[in-house]
Design a binder for this molecule. Structure first.
Ligand code: HEC
Length: 200
């Protein structure tokens, strides 16, 4: 569980992409990696959080898109056992430690992650107008990577642009910015739920 396995899964994905797609891999995936480097946080941190968007994002995370199914209510990705699919075992990354900037989080939510169980949530993703990691579906097909799953989990569905932004805002607010605490827990579960009692 945890960072090592997660890094291994990610590294396998990128190596496969680059090996399988030659120029495309380098042209398409490499810039994404560069973009995944730690964000210049100052500007983002200074902006006041958009609480209305964050609240909508929570509902999407929890109910509409069932992100919680794999990423856990506190964004740690921790589950009692890793999830098996596509012939492999996946650990879910912790959003608390994510290196992704807001654009990177939105791209993962829109596009999914090829060759993993991370589904895509934008219906038009991987088309020429809405490329993913620099690629269209046809270009990805020249690599050994499997096209991402459609939305999974009970009742999950494709999301609108604003919904993608909203759920990314929840992930940044609740998890990336220091992880879970009492106030965010109460937002998640409601004030009367005992789950938050032990948090500060
Ligand atoms: C079926 C399980 C599953 C569901 C449902 C799911 N994810 Fe994921 N998600 C994963 C896995 C597994 C990864 C790691 C993929 C990899 O190794 O690159 C991941 C990766 C991510 C990442 C990249 C994190 C990082 O630091 O690299 C983001 C952001 C993300 N998911 C957001 C979401 C959002 C938002 C939703 C709901 C709209 C969602 N996920 C639903 C399994 C899932």
């Amino acid at each position: 569980m945890g960072l090592n396995n997660r890094t291994r899964v990610r590294a396998a994905w990128v190596i496969a992409a680059v090996a399988g797609s030659g120029l495309l891999g380098l042209a398409g995936i490499a810039p994404t990696l560069a973009q995944n480097a730690p964000a210049p946080a100052a500007a983002a941190a200074a902006a006041a959080p958009d609480m209305a968007s964050i609240a909508r994002g929570l509902t999407i995370f929890k109910t509409t898109a069932q992100c919680v199914f794999c990423h856990n209510w506190d964004g740690t990705g921790a589950r009692t056992e890793p999830m098996e699919d596509l012939g492999r075992t996946f650990d879910k990354p912790s959003f608390v430690n994510t290196q992704l900037d807001p654009g990177g989080i939105e791209e993962a939510a829109r596009c999914g992650r090829p060759g993993t169980i991370m589904p895509r949530h934008e219906r038009t993703s991987w088309t020429s107008d809405h490329k993913c990691y620099g690629l269209t579906k046809e270009e990805l097909a020249t690599t050994p990577l499997q096209f991402p799953l459609d939305p999974v989990g009970p009742g999950s569905r494709y999301l609108q642009d604003q919904e993608i932004k909203d759920v990314a805002n929840w992930i940044i607010y609740a998890y990336k910015n220091g992880g879970m605490n009492k106030e965010k827990c109460v937002m998640y579960y409601g004030a009367t739920n005992r789950n938050c009692d032990s948090l500060k």
